[in-house]
Design a protein around this ligand. Structure first.
Ligand code: AMP
Length: 503
């Protein structure tokens, strides 16, 4: 049996690692890089490109280059999130058969799980080249704030390429493993993870080999890409004011601005100012070439992205509150994700916690390393027994009359977990009960994510309100939900059918 590798399947970048002997190693790609961009493209000859190859041609082929697809995984086409994505990406989003999202790339339709599968497969091939053996099993990390449906989608992506996703673990939990394994720690750590596309925060109590998540929260629509977007909007506004030309409908100009925005943003983490220059970005109606040419300062960047940092702090404070934890009682603050290199982020957190963030983990590598360490502990011959006690990030519950949300598991409920709910019939002779299950923290189901529409059949016909059935909600260690129902009088299991799921 081949070894289990750890994969950090990020919104912007992926990274894989493996334990070899007693050391954990990042898996290098050709040329020694450890990171593979999470980008998929089809070029004009119809070739599929993934990773660095896709990123290299992005500027020239924005229409058929897919990035940040992870933000769309497990989303309904009609959701606000999808509306927002449509405005910021150059590739085309279409409705799928189940109100999911399908991407049109190179005149072909791709489901999101297929795109994830292609990226996962690329990582697998790179790992196989490095290890010289087949890779068939992996521990894959996801944002702590992923719903059940989004976790299922990652499992499905693995199935498509015969890669068994042995376990899904949360990104901040993986980072805590990378930080804490083998140190015999007894401390409470906060993991603040601001990556390319998502923000996660978890509070974890480490007791040697036990990693217990106390509370978690996040926003899978908040990350480095939004910092880039704030800069792009600033540049577009400035250009429109100076030249009266709106560049937002010119895909090639947009791609050049986007690329530069990220580079300048990264530069401004280590210097106070940097040139923002895009020569010959467009032409006047008279055929005169126009350039973008000005200096971006760190102060400007901080001003236009201050609201994004505020949003992370609001979530952080809510999670601290959920865990009834005072910031001054936190032993360590771990920063994960490339965007935490921004000095303003570090300054703000230092003020809140009254201490500087730990240097104990590498912001880009910790998640993959944690996944590999966990993968290693799952091997049959491992003598390292780790206990991960995680929580669900948002409440799971069912729809009541009038669209009200009835909570079955509150947010931060520990997993694995099972709860039973009693139900009955509402009309005479009823033999089936339908139930819609949602995940989210809103009191109205409309604003939460639909996980599935279940039908329990085989009830004994009788007068309304007489028949009873006991429905069990089971959330496994990975945060994935399964449902079952039984007749509490006879103990007989009933038939459970999922009528609609959108993954
Ligand atoms: P990750 O998903 O952890 O790889 O994070 C990638 C994000 O971090 C991207 O949005 C990058 O632009 C951003 N990033 C990487 N390095 C820096 C840096 N030095 N300063 C600010 N942002 C950075």
């Amino acid at each position: 049996m081949s070894k289990i590798i750890g994969i950090d399947l990020g919104t912007t970048n992926c990274c894989a690692a493996i334990v070899e002997g007693s050391a954990v190693k990042l898996i290098p790609y050709k040329g020694g890089e450890f990171i593979i961009p999470s980008i998929f493209a089809i070029d004009d000859k119809g070739n599929e490109l993934i990773g660095h190859e896709a990123k290299r041609q992005w500027q020239l082929n924005p229409r058929n280059t897919v990035y940040a697809a992870k933000r769309l995984v497990g989303r309904s086409f009609s959701s606000d999130v999808v509306e927002l994505m449509k405005k910021t990406v150059a590739y085309e989003l279409k409705p799928g058969e189940r109100n999911d999202v399908v991407l049109d790339v190179g005149h072909k339709n791709f489901r999101l799980a297929e795109i994830s599968a292609k990226i996962l497969n690329k990582i697998r091939v790179v790992a196989q080249d490095y290890l010289g053996e087949k890779v068939t099993r992996a521990v894959v990390t996801v944002p702590a704030y992923f719903t059940d449906r989004q976790r299922q989608a990652v499992k499905d992506a693995g199935k498509m390429i015969q890669l068994e996703v042995v376990r899904i673990i949360n990104e901040p939990t993986a980072a805590a493993l990378a930080y804490g394994i083998g140190k015999n720690l007894h401390e409470t750590v906060v993991i603040y993870d601001l990556g390319g596309g998502t923000f996660d925060v978890s509070i974890i109590e480490i007791r040697d080999r036990v990693f217990e998540v106390k509370a978690t929260g996040g926003d899978i629509f908040l990350g480095g890409l939004d910092f880039d977007q704030a800069m792009i909007e600033y540049v577009l506004r400035d250009f429109a004011e100076n030249h009266g030309i709106d560049l937002s409908s010119d895909p090639v100009a947009m791609q050049r601005i986007k690329d530069l925005a990220e580079r300048v943003k990264i530069d401004l983490s280590s210097r106070e100012q940097a040139p923002f220059s895009v020569p010959f970005v467009t032409m006047t109606p008279q055929g005169q070439p126009l350039n973008i040419e000005f200096t971006f300062t760190r102060a400007m960047l901080e001003e236009i992205t201050g609201d994004l940092i505020d949003r992370t702090v609001d979530i952080l404070m809510r999670v601290m509150n959920d865990a009834s934890l005072d910031p001054k009682r936190v032993d360590e603050l771990l920063l994960v994700g490339g965007q935490t290199r921004m000095p303003a982020v570090q300054k703000r957190l230092t003020e809140i916690f009254g201490k500087t963030p730990s240097k104990g983990v590498h912001p880009d590598e910790a998640v993959a390393i944690g996944a590999a360490l966990y993968a290693n502990s799952l091997e049959d011959n491992s003598n390292l027994r780790l206990q991960l006690l995680d929580v669900i990030p948002m409440a799971i519950g069912l729809e009541k009359a009038g669209g009200a949300f009835h909570t079955v598991f509150p947010r931060n409920a520990p997993i694995p977990n099972a709860r039973a709910v009693e139900a009955t019939t509402s009309y005479d002779g009823q033999t089936e009960v339908a139930m819609r299950i949602f995940q989210g923290d809103n009191p109205h189901v409309l604003h939460n994510e639909l996980l599935g529409d279940f039908l329990f059949s085989g009830l004994k016909p009788g007068p309304a309100g007489k028949a009873r059935l006991e429905i069990t909600f089971n959330v496994n260690i990975e945060g994935i939900l399964t449902m079952s129902a039984r007749d509490p009088d006879t103990g007989k299991q009933m038939k459970t059918t999922v009528r609609v799921t959108q993954h």
